[in-house]
Write a protein that binds this ligand. Structure first.
Ligand code: BGC
Length: 386
């Protein structure tokens, strides 16, 4: 596992460049009630509002805004991105992620991980078990006998403690206890959400442990760049900088094979409408693409374009893989923001991640974090129009 704090240090330099003072940290959780603590930094503001109650504690929505009119709302329940407002090519603002208008929506048992942080291990671990140093660990199973997205109560279903770092960033912390959902070791997790003046939402992930444990963290935002104009993402054009993907079985568990995408329905090396070949892929797209990269450098992994509104998004990441999930299991049963029915393919995820089931796949990049090491991950979603 990566011992160097490169992305995190880079983030800190970034704040310094922006003129933030990391030592002036404010614990936002200590404040209560509506819209307060407004301050500005290079045109970015961070405010907060009460959003609901969970476990008798306040759930707070933190609102980052920049001078270009981009606005990101994140709540401390699940570290969930609830809204991303960006402008289209005519200057009209719209919300480009799926979710609910009120907190209660997020507690719906059928909430398919809208916008949340995912951990301790994003994606699937086969049969909900893995062996480490001669010991077999049994995890909470929640998906066809497998463990998905951290188990029954993953990082998406806990309250994170929130702190403002300068005015551009929200830091979220969570301690995942030894044996939580079956995972070994007390894991200290820190997430930093940053909005930049250039319409970038940057997510820096960091974790340390006191026992060896698998770690794979991501965010599960469902994008629809039409902001409600199109009921599905099938007309969006996607590019994935990946020559291979991790082949899966019928339960979406990797077989260990990494087939080439060239000339197949999985080939997104040039921008292509998602709907073009989706019918040829059993169940729709729900696969991990193996990103073309040398190591853990921050590199462009994906672009997404909605021709109708001109909205364009680039995803940069340090991770070796990206899960493109085309919202296959949405079925119209969930009513989201503004009364929208979320039909199949209403939104899509670009989950930057390590490969699924890596703890059981010796040929995949290592996901075991050991005491003394620091897990890091950085992903940037950049919004513009063209
Ligand atoms: C997975 C899907 C799963 C979805 C849950 C995605 O990350 O790849 O298989 O159904 O999360 O909403």
């Amino acid at each position: 596992m990566n011992k160097i704090l490169t992305p995190w240090s880079a983030a800190c330099c970034f704040y310094i460049l922006l003129g933030c003072n990391g030592s002036q940290q404010t614990n936002l959780d200590q404040k209560s009630s509506d819209t307060m603590n407004t301050s500005t930094n290079r045109g970015i503001t961070l405010t907060q509002q009460t959003f609901g109650k969970y476990d008798q504690q306040d759930v707070t929505s933190y609102v980052l805004m920049n001078e270009k009119g981009m606005e990101v709302r994140i709540m401390n329940y699940g570290g969930t991105i609830t809204n991303i407002f960006t402008k289209d090519s005519s200057g009209k603002t719209g919300d480009v992620v799926l979710g609910f208008d009120t907190f209660d929506g997020y507690l719906n048992k059928d909430n398919p991980y809208f916008g949340c942080l995912v951990g301790r291990y994003a994606n699937r671990i086969a049969k909900g078990q893995f062996s480490l140093d001669g010991k077999t660990y049994k995890l909470a199973k929640n998906n066809n006998g497998n463990s998905l997205h951290g188990g029954l109560k993953g990082f998406d279903k806990v309250l994170w403690s929130a702190t403002a770092v300068g005015d551009t960033s929200l830091q979220l912390k969570y301690t995942s206890k030894d044996e939580e959902e079956g995972y070994p070791g007390n894991l200290q997790v820190e997430i930093l959400y940053t909005l930049t003046p250039n319409n970038e939402l940057r997510i820096d992930y960091k974790a340390t442990t006191d026992k060896a444990t698998p770690v794979n963290l991501t965010n599960h935002a469902y994008f629809n760049l039409s902001a409600g104009a199109d009921s599905t993402i099938l007309g969006h054009q996607l590019l994935l900088d990946a020559d291979r993907y991790t082949e899966v079985d019928k339960n979406l568990i990797p077989t260990g094979q990494l087939p080439a995408v060239k000339g197949t329905s999985m080939d997104f090396n040039s921008p292509r409408a998602i709907g073009m070949d989706i019918m040829k892929v059993a169940g729709g797209y729900d696969h991990n693409w193996v990103l073309n990269k040398k190591g853990l450098e921050l590199k462009l992994a994906a672009t997404l374009y909605h021709p109708g509104t001109g909205r364009y998004m680039e995803a940069y990441t340090t991770t070796p893989g990206i899960q493109f999930y085309s919202g296959n299991f949405l079925n119209g049963n969930l009513t989201g923001k503004g009364g929208q029915k979320y039909v199949q393919h209403a939104g899509m995820c670009l989950e930057t991640q390590h490969f699924p089931d890596s703890p059981n796949q010796p040929s995949f990049p290592n996901t075991i974090l050991k005491p003394g090491e620091t897990y890091t991950q950085t992903t940037v979603y950049k919004f513009s129009t063209k």
